[in-house]
Design a protein around this ligand. Structure first.
Ligand SMILES: NC(=O)c1ccc[n+]([C@@H]2O[C@H](COP(=O)([O-])OP(=O)(O)OC[C@H]3O[C@@H](n4cnc5c(N)ncnc54)[C@H](O)[C@@H]3O)[C@@H](O)[C@H]2O)c1
Length: 371
């Protein structure tokens, strides 16, 4: 079995995703991969068949070239001529609020005519797209909702990687249900990104009887994702998503959330795709003693996201094949910061996912937790 994917936003994650599929196609082993096989599909069973952007540097170009265009900074891991998406021409999208005023000179929106929703629905059908992946800039509230409705209308599963609440909004979930299709989201976690590490440490404190009292997570990076997030008006849902991901590991999330700060904290251009996260956690341990933890995490921001995306794409296809519609929280909880329902720890989330997949007869290998 294979899965046909459409991408909205040919930015740095898209570049890493496209290149990493070819990287693992050539490799005899799966170092760095979370799940080598899902429902019989390996990473190279993912076909990118459709792509949308609005940048004049990318629209109209074949995808294997568009992924290297400015302002993308993911380096060439693979010779572009070796990529298998040469026939995919990036089509012009609907701009709406995708390009913030301070990003106009960076994303350079094209003046080509914008498509109607029906035109995109038709193209998704023509290209047999199974799964549409939302990789728009943070703050693309209207644009995300436009593409989500298009996906639902076309009967295509929607993976919402950004902090706009779609999979966790009942109104949108019912649109997907009514169209017999699926939505997974919201706001993708990294493979070992700041959220997953912060949650793991916070869960550990809780599991060992310590009371978390204060915590922050400061993130800096040098790609367009960080540049875009310099506008605080685009960050409301990002902050909720990141803060609640950590607060939900604690017995009383609503109280502790006031003492957690987690969000993007700066743009340092020379860092490129390197993301640095600084975390601080303060807790009360036995006998009232104070305990503090300081962590510095350095990762390639886009490899973190692509690693999780290749799992979610295959799970979306497997669920579609089994007729699972709407927004199954257990399929989103291990992979997204703001799923429809948060579980206390990522161990719990992964165990529940494995259990549900087993019930549906979907194999996933290897498995990391026992249940
Ligand atoms: N670790 C991670 O990288 C991570 C984790 C969680 C969430 N995310 C989110 O994923 C999203 C994608 O990240 P990225 O680094 O690839 O972003 P990016 O800035 O590299 O790319 C965004 C792309 O969207 C295009 N675009 C803008 N408006 C559009 C529209 N209306 N229609 C179609 N295309 C449009 C831009 O031209 C650009 O090519 C961001 O919102 C980011 O915050 C990333």
């Amino acid at each position: 079995m294979s899965v046909n994917v459409g991408i909205i936003g040919v930015g740095n994650i898209a570049s890493m995703l496209v290149q990493s599929i070819e990287y693992y196609r050539r490799s005899n082993e799966y170092t760095g991969v979370m799940h080598a096989v899902i429902d019989g599909m390996r990473i190279d069973n993912i076909n990118i068949v459709y792509a949308i952007d609005v940048s004049e540097n990318k629209v109209g170009k074949p995808l294997h070239q568009a992924i290297y265009e400015y302002p993308n900074v993911v380096p060439k891991l693979i010779d572009p001529d070796e990529l298998r998406c040469k026939n995919v021409i990036v089509r012009m999208g609907k701009i709406l609020d995708g390009v913030a005023p301070h990003m106009v000179n960076v994303f350079k929106p094209s003046s080509q005519p914008e498509p109607t929703a029906d035109e995109i629905v038709e193209e998704l059908e023509e290209n047999n797209v199974d799964v549409l992946v939302n990789l728009l800039p943070v703050g693309s509230s209207e644009a995300t909702r436009f593409y989500a409705k298009v996906a639902a209308k076309a009967g295509v599963s929607f993976i919402n990687c950004i902090p706009e609440f779609i999979a966790s909004d009942k109104k949108y979930v019912s649109i997907f249900k009514d169209n017999n299709t699926l939505v997974l989201g919201d706001d993708i976690k990294g493979q070992l990104g700041a959220t997953i590490l912060h949650r793991a440490i916070a869960s550990l404190l809780s599991m060992r009887g310590c009371k978390l009292v204060k915590s922050y997570q400061l993130n800096v990076g040098g790609n367009t994702d960080f540049l875009n997030m310099l506008d605080p008006s685009r960050l409301t849902s990002k902050k909720i998503s990141k803060t609640m991901a950590v607060a939900s590991t604690q017995p009383d999330p609503d109280t502790i959330k006031k003492y957690i700060y987690a969000g993007p904290s700066g743009y340092v251009e020379f860092l490129g795709n390197t993301k640095i996260a600084y975390m601080y956690l303060e807790a009360i341990s036995y006998g009232g003693a104070r305990l503090t933890i300081d962590v510095k995490l350095v990762v390639d921001d886009k490899s973190m996201a692509a690693a999780v995306l290749v799992d979610v794409i295959r799970i979306a296809k497997a669920l579609k094949e089994r007729g699972i519609y709407g927004s199954p929280y257990w399929a989103s909880a291990p992979f997204f910061k703001h799923p429809p329902k948060q579980l206390r720890s990522d161990w719990e989330a992964l165990s529940l996912l494995y259990m549900k997949l087993e019930e549906l007869g979907i194999n996933i290998n290897p498995k990391y937790v026992f249940y």
